[in-house]
Design a protein around this ligand. Sequence first.
Ligand code: GLN
Length: 236
Amino acid sequence: MCRHAAWLGAPRRLGPLLLEPAHGLLRQSYAPRLQRCGRVNADGFGFGWYDPGLEEPVRYRRTVPIWTDANVPALATCARSACLVAAVRSATPGMPVEESATAPFSEGRWLLSHNGRVERKAVRDLADGREPESVCDSAWLAAAVFARLASGGGLADAVADVVTGAAAADPDARLNLLVADGGAVVATAWNETLFTHRGEGLLVASEPLDDRPGWCAVPDRHIVHAGPGGVRVDPL
Ligand code: GLN
């Protein structure tokens, strides 16, 4: 399944998520170490970052393998932010390979990535009548989360509500969601791996980006909430 990663802390470039670590998302796109389903993540990639001068995040998505895009090294150098989200994709069988099915999904200040799969009929009722950007299961999850956020819900509550609701309707679902708003990051572990690394800020990633000590596995069915008040890990 896909791999995703986020940073929240002092402003830093995208390079330390994607290109520089020994097992950054570039390496994870062709040689993930802990991936349970699928061997490579070559069905596209995307990333987003928050520029203090802009209301909404800047996003870049492609349907090609990340290693084929010659724009990435320059973008990874100039994209610098206190909040970064990136993902590489292995499309679930039956899901379209198109930019609109590629994370991060975005609405307003929010960026969202999904690592996993879910029956779309398990999510349709959660989307409150919203049309997803794509027929992809992840786009349905994004529509459901954005619907809750747009009506004033908090980041962690919106994500927890969608994950538990989707899991109730599809017990086999894998629902690792990663959502950011520029000042906070929320991530769930639900039938896929998730790790955190705390230093000058917080790294959250499907699997460790390197072999430094300090990576902690998030227990399954838990939610990580990082914001100005610190980092919490709670059961879902
Ligand atoms: N189901 C989503 C998709 O098809 C996510 C896939 C994944 O995690 N590999 O894009």
